[in-house]
Design a binder for this molecule. Structure first.
Ligand code: FAQ
Length: 312
């Protein structure tokens, strides 16, 4: 069939809300966009383990430690899920990881900020998982089958993560004045990076238009950001905390909160590799890969030996 006819049929399928599956015909640009997004997402999950992993040994109680350990393990699982989903597009995860290790691939800007106090663990669950869920519930309705299905499960786990974070913030906000101050400080530091992690404003988002035509994205970055803000401000009010935005106000006519100016220069600096922790995060992943090489070699040797024994 002619490419133009294939393309028409492909778009028709998408317009009808049907899923595209790995063996279906797809334009090369669709495949490439998905590999880009899904691998960036997978990298974000495994780099995203690091700021929280930093607090596993210092969690304030056994219960908190067990919960945090489970959360960090979940993020690793999400990464593996997403690498597997990306592999259905004909790329090997070794290649994807190589792109991460050599700095060619992006991962979410948010994970280049440090987790300085225990309250940051609350703020990450509340704000970072909260923003991620807003984005991912949309992606769960997207057109590529393996990605959208991976999102369904991931979102379920993320909603637990979000609640555990909010519960930490609630405990600290109802604690001593020093604990409440710690919660406010974490909100001050994580608010703007969380707002920015949802991607550049629509006017500066080169990929959105095409991705929406293909129903990979069903909402723009700004639409999701607005939903996140509308949901989160009342939660901050309930905690008795204030977001660090003097211009934030509720617009009675639109029914939405209006935020102040976002520092996009900071965002693009972080994406370009100049955030507070970019180098440290990348080094941690490269080191983990090197230190785990012997485990992978042993697993391969074992699998090969078993296969040879079976064949004999
Ligand atoms: N950081 O044209 P757009 C999580 C790049 S998972 C770095 O708007 P698009 C779970 C973008 O790649 C968090 N780079 O791009 C968790 C593009 O550059 P490129 C990750 C960013 O794709 C919680 C350029 O800017 N989630 O948190 C960022 O239409 C707690 C122009 O941007 C996903 O990856 C950023 N924040 O929209 C884990 C979800 N934003 O590639 C551990 C899947 C944009 O053309 C602990 N991804 N860029 O060179 C998406 O939904 C989309 O890719 C967006 C960006 C919405 C992130």
């Amino acid at each position: 069939m002619e490419d133009s006819i294939l393309l028409e049929k492909f778009q028709e399928k998408i317009d009808k809300g049907l899923k595209i599956e790995p063996k279906d015909w797809m334009p090369e640009a669709y495949r490439k966009q998905l590999i880009r997004m899904m691998s960036q997402h997978a990298h974000s999950e495994i780099v995203g383990m690091l700021p929280e992993g930093n607090w596993i040994t210092r969690a304030p109680s056994l219960r908190r430690k067990a919960v945090l350990l489970a959360k960090v393990q979940d993020e690793a699982g999400h990464g593996l899920y997403l690498y597997s989903a990306a592999e259905t597009l004909g790329i090997d995860r070794t290649e994807l990881l190589d792109q991460l290790f050599t700095g060619k691939a992006k991962y979410s800007s948010i994970f280049n900020y440090p987790s300085l106090t225990w309250a940051d663990i609350g703020a990450i669950g509340w704000l970072v998982d909260g923003a991620a869920i807003m984005n991912q519930t949309m992606l769960a309705r997207g057109s590529y089958g393996p990605y959208s299905r991976a999102m369904v499960r991931i979102c379920k786990e993320e909603s637990f993560h979000n609640r555990q974070g909010y519960e930490i913030m609630l405990t600290l906000s109802n604690g001593s004045p020093a604990q409440k101050a710690m919660a406010q400080d974490a909100l001050n530091r994580w608010w703007w990076p969380a707002i920015m992690m949802l991607g550049p404003s629509d006017a500066a988002s080169p990929n959105t238009e095409q991705l929406m035509r293909w129903k990979v994205k069903l909402e723009t970055n700004d639409e999701i950001r607005q939903r996140f803000i509308d949901r989160t401000i009342p939660q901050a009010d309930f905690l008795g905390l204030t977001v660090p935005d003097n211009d934030m106000k509720f617009n009675e006519t639109t029914g939405h909160y209006e935020h102040g100016t976002i520092n996009w220069k900071e965002f693009f600096d972080v994406v370009a590799g100049n955030g507070p922790c970019n180098k440290k995060r990348l080094k941690a992943r490269v080191d983990a890969d090197k230190n785990g090489a012997w485990v992978r070699a042993a697993a391969h040797a074992y699998a090969n030996k078993k296969a040879a024994a079976k064949a004999a």
